[in-house]
Design a protein around this ligand. Structure first.
Ligand SMILES: Cc1cc2nc3c(=O)[nH]c(=O)nc-3n(C[C@H](O)[C@H](O)[C@H](O)COP(=O)(O)OP(=O)(O)OC[C@H]3O[C@@H](n4cnc5c(N)ncnc54)[C@H](O)[C@@H]3O)c2cc1C
Length: 407
């Protein structure tokens, strides 16, 4: 009976477009869709905006990145971000690196980095991965050295980190008519036979749509279609990210580093460096480092996290990233369980269900920005208008952008 009444009274609403997930790329696409005059809803099971780029309050520090981040070096992507944020992106100095044994490579030089993974896989007897990395290292070697493919920019990053990007996007969302629901998961999608409508089932309601947009990391099991269910093929990657508040000094300057020969951690980034709150409240000789730990290492030590944070500190010292003698003042951990669909799978879904379902290829931020930037010109116009009329009524801004678009 309860099930029946729940079903009967479940709220039912219709939107032109529903976006599952609120990563920066999805927000930009949602804004563009909204500026085309469509009603847009964004749903995210997390309570905060940004997907893998969300930030958190840790102790007395605000807006801390809790993932290790860099943005791939495409000038076009950087130029777009600069327009969005309203100021230039500083060049990362030093540039992101990859460390393997005693060697250190530029992060953009993929062939040595991939080759290091080949050796790692041989040592771990993972022969399938060995061949895939061997193929990739030859491919990158051909591109970088023989074909002499040049990157068109050094690595850049917002001065105040990804929080600056999220803040700019939040401002645009506030000025738009987009509705956002946090803390709700979409479990299933039903697409109607004509592929022009569908319905999303969440834990609380059914939401009808004309178009549903999903990304590489949207977590969905099945898409239902009359007489046919499509199970989505994805790999789920789990990482623990730990932010360590350390009293100590760096042994060498770094912003972002990948480490290929350590079983305790694989990436580390200095998240305090670009955080205004840490710069204000952090004391001299204190660091805030975000460390990525391979799946489940942290949770295996559930009752001994303090000991593990000390092990991490020792490993950071061993890899000559920190000077010996530091100590951990505090730590915060965060688990990412990210399902990942490759571009072929997204193409397959779109081919099957377009126009009811549209996909965004978001494997990495830099590539996605460079790929879609041309489609988001109205979003930049909106950002520009907001900067010019910071104190104007929100709906006015949207109306003005719409008028400008029609000219
Ligand atoms: C820890 C981590 C670090 C990364 N670091 C980098 C980096 O440095 N540089 C880079 O370019 N890329 C990085 N990436 C890749 C990152 O995935 C992309 O940059 C980009 O954020 C992908 O966007 P997305 O929307 O596909 O997924 P995400 O950013 O993961 O966002 C997906 C969001 O959708 C929500 N969601 C998913 N399924 C559902 C559902 N069924 N119902 C409701 N909500 C749902 C999730 O809660 C999440 O908030 C990183 C990824 C992770 C996980």
């Amino acid at each position: 009976m309860k099930k029946f009444t729940n079903m009967f009274f479940r709220e039912m609403r219709t939107f032109d477009a529903i976006f599952i997930g609120t990563s920066p790329v999805m927000i930009l696409e949602a804004l563009q869709t909204s500026l085309e005059g469509k009603s847009v809803l964004m749903i995210d099971r997390r309570d905060s905006l940004g997907g893998a780029w969300h930030t958190a309050v840790l102790g007395s520090f605000k807006g801390i990145e809790i993932g290790c981040h860099y943005i791939k070096r495409y000038r076009k992507g950087y130029a777009f971000l600069e327009e969005l944020i309203g100021r230039t992106l500083p060049v990362m100095d030093p540039q992101p690196c990859v460390q393997f044994w005693k060697c250190q490579f530029d992060h953009a030089q993929r062939s040595p980095a991939e080759f290091s993974l080949c050796i790692k896989n041989i040592r771990e007897r993972k022969y399938r991965s060995f061949f895939s990395h061997l193929f990739r290292s030859i491919h990158f070697f051909w591109q970088e050295y023989l074909y002499k493919k040049q990157w068109d920019s050094p690595f850049c990053y917002p001065k105040e980190g990804c929080a600056e990007m999220i803040k700019a996007l939040q401002r645009l969302l506030d000025a738009s008519s987009i509705e956002i629901i946090h803390g709700r998961s979409v479990h299933e999608i039903y697409v109607e036979k004509n592929k022009k409508n569908g319905v999303c089932h969440t834990d609380q309601d059914d939401i009808f749509f004309r178009e549903c947009v999903i990304s590489s990391c949207t977590n969905l099991q099945t898409i239902h279609y009359p007489k046919k269910n499509i199970v989505l093929e994805k790999i789920v990657r789990s990482y623990d990210h730990v932010v360590l508040h350390i009293h100590g000094k760096k042994a060498q300057p770094f912003h972002y580093m990948e480490v290929r020969d350590n079983r305790y951690f694989s990436r580390v980034s200095d998240v305090g460096f670009c955080n205004p709150s840490f710069k204000k409240h952090g004391k001299k000789n204190e660091l805030l480092l975000c460390v990525q730990i391979p799946a489940n290492h942290w949770s295996k030590l559930q009752h001994n996290e303090k000991a593990f944070s000390d092990i991490l500190l020792i490993q950071l010292e061993k890899k000559k990233l920190l000077q010996p003698g530091g100590n951990v003042l505090a730590y915060w951990s965060n688990r990412y369980e990210t399902p990942f669909m490759d571009d072929h799978e997204l193409d397959r879904i779109e081919k099957e269900f377009y126009p009811a379902i549209r996909t965004m290829k978001t494997t990495d931020m830099g590539t996605a920005l460079a790929r879609y930037a041309d489609q988001w010109s109205s979003v930049l116009l909106m950002a520009h208008c907001i900067r010019q009329q910071e104190h104007r009524c929100t709906s006015d801004i949207e109306k003005r952008v719409l008028t400008l678009m029609n000219i």
